[in-house]
Design a protein around this ligand. Sequence first.
Ligand code: HEM
Length: 227
Amino acid sequence: MLVGPRIGKDPAFAPRVREIARALLDDAAREPVVDLAADLTTRYPLTVLCELLGVPLDEIDRAAGACRGVLSGDPAATGRAMATYGELAASALAPGRTGLAADLRDAVPDGTPTGTLHYLVFTLLFAGQLTTDPAAGFLLADALDGSGREVPADDLVRDVLRRHPPAPLSLWHFTTEEVELAGTTLAAGSPVLVDITGINATVTDGADLSFGARLTTRCGWRRSGQR
Ligand code: HEM
């Protein structure tokens, strides 16, 4: 969604993503024992995300801590994590820094409060990490499952994302007009939550909703809050 066009626009970025993965794996290989699932699956996508957003890379440890803390279930840890996210956003928006956060600041209307900008950068970090972390974990588990299968990397990624979509349900959408879905008529304004995991598991015509593809244009519905 946001990352794809950025990589497409900047041909140097795709090799950079591979370089980040190699450097992290090299570091891991120097350790006597490594737990790739506990560390690499968080650190790798998070490093890519921070670099895209413009968060300085020496903040990765704090960013990884915030990602763990925000979902810990302990309100105090969640509060600390949210404060850290705010500081990471401020770092990405500091004068002279470049990246998606700075692009976003230039794109929002003049006078947008700093707190709103921090919140927007937080949502990119949170939505980006929350999805790519489990995706990397499932991919790693599948690649190292001991079956010795030779599957082209692109096919493996597509298959793993289809079977384990990181976002199992869509965001809330609302019908903009009366629409019939699988024999049920929904009035205009009805809330719709799309079962991405269920559809990926049962629809076999090649359709894949892992990224919520084309949800908003096909059936006359719009996302919550969208005008
Ligand atoms: C494996 C990677 C990812 C998957 C599978 C994924 C999947 C999804 C899905 C299914 C939705 C809901 C779409 C809808 O209901 O219409 C969504 C929304 C969103 N995602 Fe991702 N995503 C991924 C990576 C990312 C990354 C890296 C970022 C940020 C850099 C990101 C930012 C967002 C945002 C901001 C939204 C809300 C968009 C809106 O408000 O319409 N996602 N994503």
